[in-house]
Design a binder for this molecule. Structure first.
Ligand SMILES: NC(=O)c1ccc[n+]([C@@H]2O[C@H](COP(=O)([O-])OP(=O)(O)OC[C@H]3O[C@@H](n4cnc5c(N)ncnc54)[C@H](O)[C@@H]3O)[C@@H](O)[C@H]2O)c1
Length: 254
């Protein structure tokens, strides 16, 4: 499968860690040139050094001006992007919504929902210009089923699912496909943070065991396994697929 993305230009947000990084590295291995975007300069540098043709732009997906700068940097270095992956996201506190501060709720929706919209909006002129384009957004199994542990996060990822499906309809006729991946629990720094926030060691172990048990395969997923699904949805093998929210979850939602 080497070289599936030769000649293609991809922007990946959240490229400084976890699944975004794994997706960027997989695209680079298959020949894509990359605009890497993340709020963490250190994380971005760690990814960029492993990609032969990459431009790294540090910025915040909640800021339209940062995304416009990234879009301009991409076009200047590589020409218009025809692939977009919006992996930047946050988990927020694992609390019932009644205990959340308003600022915490706003931040969660700003990053996960508004950030996805702003990123797509900034890149749309390039995706349109390229003609044959694909977007993969990041929802979650928590965007398809409710979550007692992370209810506000679940609501934000549900919004990403419906944004994705709606944009698939809006852009289908112009050749821009829009799909979402819905990972189950994947071993990344984000998942580690969920466990760490459970409390003492016993509580952390209990949350870890409970999360693992939700997956019929009785294990957590790996970032590379989600990245492979993202590459499939971006690729011509998925040419007639748009508007899906695809679980990558070891059978959790089966
Ligand atoms: N790990 C899981 O179990 C899991 C499950 C379901 C969905 N997801 C989703 O997958 C995506 C990637 O998650 P991950 O596990 O790799 O997390 P991660 O924390 O390892 O990586 C997320 C990256 O997004 C970046 N980021 C966060 N806020 C940003 C902002 N405002 N602007 C720019 N960059 C920002 C972070 O700096 C980080 O590099 C997220 O959208 C997450 O919600 C993860």
């Amino acid at each position: 499968m080497a070289g599936r993305f030769e000649g293609r230009v991809a922007m990946v947000t959240g490229a400084g860690s976890g699944i975004g990084r794994a997706t960027a590295l997989a695209l680079a291995r298959e020949g894509a040139r990359l605009l890497l975007f993340d709020r963490s300069a250190v994380g971005l540098a760690g990814t960029a050094t492993q990609c032969p043709h990459a431009e790294a732009v540090t910025g915040d997906v909640t800021k339209a001006e940062d995304l416009e700068a990234a879009a301009a940097a991409c076009a200047a270095r590589f020409g218009p992007a025809d692939l977009l992956v919006t992996a930047a996201g946050i988990l927020g506190p694992a609390l019932p919504p009644e205990l959340l501060e308003e600022a915490e709720w706003n931040q969660l929706f700003d990053v996960n929902v508004k950030g996805t919209w702003l990123t797509i909006r900034a890149m749309l002129p390039q995706l349109r210009e390229a003609g044959r384009s694909a977007i993969v957004t990041f929802a979650s199994t928590a965007g398809l089923a409710g979550s007692a542990t992370l209810p506000a996060y679940s609501a934000s990822k549900g919004a990403v699912v419906m944004l994705t499906r709606s944009l698939a309809l809006v852009h289908a006729a112009e050749g821009i496909r829009v799909n979402a991946v819905c990972p189950g629990s994947i071993e990344t720094p984000m998942l580690e943070a969920t466990f760490a926030s459970a409390g003492d060691e016993l509580a952390q172990a209990a949350r870890q065991a409970a999360f693992r048990a939700r997956h019929p395969m009785q294990r957590f997923g790996q970032a590379d396994e989600v990245a492979e699904t993202v590459l499939f949805l971006l690729s011509d093998a998925a040419a007639f697929i748009t508007g899906v929210a695809l679980p990558v979850d070891g059978g959790r939602l089966a």
